[in-house]
Design a protein around this ligand. Structure first.
Ligand code: SAH
Ligand code: SF4
Ligand code: F3S
Length: 434
C-alpha cells in the first residue's frame, strides 16, 4: 500500500505533512511519488493567496480519471483551505469523488476516516481550528538533518489581509517541557538542526504563565552536543532585545532571522494592522546589524495592498534598498474573503504587476550583490542533501541561511564541513570543501 502527499503552503504545512505521513506509515502505507501507484492521495492545502487555491482545484480535478479507473483509490483533502467557510461543501459538490475532507485541527481522525472509507463512507469533518496544543501525533520526518518542532499553533494578530487566524484559530503555545523533551529526543536520534515553528514565535508563552520565547530559545540551544537552532516566523512588533541578545550570545543559534516587513510605508502598515512603523522596523534591523554584522536577514514583502499609493510603494522600495535583505519572498496582495482588506477599494491588477516586477528586480540585484560578498570566505556548512542538479555535489546552509553547493557524496549528509565559497551563479553559491 502506497501514499502520496501533495503539500502546499508554508513550513507549518510541510511539518504537518510529516504528521500525516506518521499516521499513514503506522497504518502500513509507504511513500510514493507516483499517482498511479498510490492507494491514497492527500492534498495538504493552503489558502493564503488565490493562486494557491486555483492550483489545488486543478490538481484534484486532474485525478477524476484515475479515480474512475481505480475505484479503491482514496482521495483526501486536508489543511487550511478546508477550514475556510463553505469551502468543504464546495469541494464535496465539485469533486464528489473526494473521499475525506479534514480540517487543520482534526488530523488525528485520519486513521478512523481511512477505515470508514473501506466501508464505503465519505468523511467530511471540520472542527473549530482552536485545538488543544498539547495533542501529539506520530511524525514521519523527511528533512534530516533538520527537524521541525512546533512551539505554538494559530495566530492572534489579524493582519487585515491575512486568512491564517481564521483557518488556524487563536494562538496556543505548547508546554515548554514538551518542546524541550522533543528537542532532546531529536538530538539523541542524531538530528543536527532544530527549527522552531510558529506563525509568530516571539509571542510564544503569552498564553502560559512565566514563559517567553527568548528563554525557550536559550534552553533549546543549550541541550548539549553539536547542533544548530533556527526559528520562524518572527513578528517585528514582538521581536525584542532579549531575543537579539540570546541569538547573538549563543553560537549554535543561527544568525539568520526571517522578519517579514510586508511594507515600507507606515500608513500601509497601519492599514494592515501590523502594529509597527517603518522607523521601528529599521530600528530593529540596526540593532541586529550592530550586534551581529553577519546576520542574514530575510523578509516577506507585499505590494498592491488596497490603500497602497505610489508613494507608499516607493517607501517599500527604499526600505528594501536600505535594509538589503539577503533574500525576500515577494507577494502580490490577493483578497481573501472574510478579511477586512478584501472589503476595501482594490488596486488594479496591472499596477500590482508593475509594482511587483520592479520590486523583484531590485531584490534580485541585492541578493546577487550579497552573494558576491561570500566569495573567497570559508563558512561552516551543515550538509543537508545531495544536489540532484549536479552529479557528485551536495548542498547545505551557512549559519546565515545561504544554500551552498560543493563536491561531496551522500555520506556527508548530517555533518558540518568547512567550505570555501568559490563562485556564485545568479545568487546561488558554490564552493569547495576544505
Ligand atoms: N506568520 C507569518 C507568515 C504568514 S503567511 C507572518 O506574520 O509574517 C506568509 C506571507 O504571506 C506573509 O508574510 C505575507 O507576506 C503573505 N500573505 C499573507 N496573506 C496574503 C494575501 N492575502 N495576499 C498576498 N500575500 C499574503
Ligand atoms: Fe497572518 Fe499576520 Fe498572523 Fe502572520 S501575523 S499569520 S501575516 S495574521
Ligand atoms: Fe497557507 Fe495555512 Fe501556511 S494558509 S501559508 S498553509 S498556515
Amino acid at each position: 500500500m502506497f501514499y502520496k502527499i501533495n503539500t502546499y503552503g508554508c513550513q507549518m504545512n510541510v511539518h504537518e505533512s510529516e504528521k500525516i505521513a506518521g499516521i499513514l506509515e503506522n497504518l502500513g502505507y509507504k511513500a510514493t511519488n507516483e499517482d498511479s501507484l498510490a492507494d491514497i492521495i492527500l492534498f495538504n492545502t493552503c489558502c493564503i493567496r488565490e493562486n494557491a487555491e486555483d492550483k489545488l482545484f486543478g490538481n484534484v480535478g486532474a485525478l477524476k480519471q484515475l479515480k474512475k479507473e481505480k475505484k479503491d483509490l482514496i482521495i483526501a483533502v486536508v489543511g487550511c483551505m478546508t477550514q475556510q467557510e463553505g469551502k468543504a461543501s464546495i469541494l464535496r459538490q465539485k469533486y464528489p469523488y473526494v473521499d475525506i475532507v479534514l480540517g487543520t485541527s482534526n488530523l488525528e481522525m485520519l486513521e478512523d476516516a481511512i477505515n470508514s472509507i473501506r466501508r464505503k463512507k465519505h468523511i467530511v469533518s471540520i472542527v473549530d481550528p482552536t485545538m488543544d496544543a498539547d495533542k501529539t501525533l506520530p511524525i514521519y520526518r523527511t528533512s534530516y538533518p533538520n527537524a521541525w518542532v512546533n512551539i505554538m499553533y494559530g495566530c492572534n494578530n489579524f493582519c487585515t489581509y491575512c486568512i491564517v487566524p481564521y483557518v488556524r484559530g487563536r494562538e496556543r503555545s505548547r508546554k515548554e517541557v514538551d518542546i524541550l523533551d522533543d528537542c532532546k529526543k531529536l538530538l539523541d536520534e542524531g538530528y543536527r538542526e532544530i527549527t522552531l515553528l510558529g506563525q509568530n514565535v516571539d509571542s510564544y508563552g503569552s498564553d502560559l504563565k512565566g514563559f517567553n520565547f527568548s528563554s525557550l530559545l536559550y534552553k533549546v540551544a543549550n541541550l548539549g552536543g553539536e547542533y544548530r537552532v533556527r526559528f520562524m516566523t518572527s513578528h517585528p512588533k514582538d521581536f525584542n532585545d532579549d531575543t537579539i541578545a540570546v541569538i547573538s550570545e549563543n553560537e549554535n543559534i543561527c544568525k539568520n532571522i526571517h522578519l517579514p516587513v510586508q511594507s515600507g510605508s507606515t500608513a500601509v502598515l497601519k492599514a494592515m494592522n501590523r502594529k509597527y512603523t517603518r522607523e521601528s522596523y529599521l530600528n530593529i534591523i540596526d540593532k541586529i546589524r550592530k550586534q551581529m554584522p553577519e546576520c542574514g536577514i530575510t523578509s516577506d514583502i507585499m505590494v498592491g495592498f488596497p490603500t497602497e499609493t505610489n508613494e507608499d510603494y516607493l517607501d517599500t522600495l527604499t526600505l528594501t534598498e536600505q535594509v538589503r535583505f539577503s533574500n525576500a519572498f515577494t507577494f502580490v496582495y490577493s483578497p481573501r474573503v472574510g478579511t477586512p482588506a478584501a472589503k476595501m477599494v482594490q488596486i488594479p491588477d496591472e499596477i500590482k504587476k508593475e509594482r511587483v516586477t520592479k520590486l523583484v528586480d531590485l531584490q534580485n540585484r541585492i541578493s546577487k550583490e550579497i552573494s558576491l560578498e561570500y566569495i573567497g570566505k570559508t563558512k561552516e556548512i551543515l550538509v543537508e542533501d545531495i544536489n540532484p542538479k549536479y552529479e557528485g555535489m551536495v548542498c547545505g546552509r551557512t549559519d546565515s541561511g545561504r544554500l551552498v553547493t560543493f563536491n561531496g557524496s551522500s555520506d556527508l549528509i548530517g555533518t558540518f564541513q568547512n567550505v570555501k565559497i568559490t563562485h556564485s551563479q545568479s545568487s546561488a553559491l558554490f564552493g569547495e570543501m576544505e
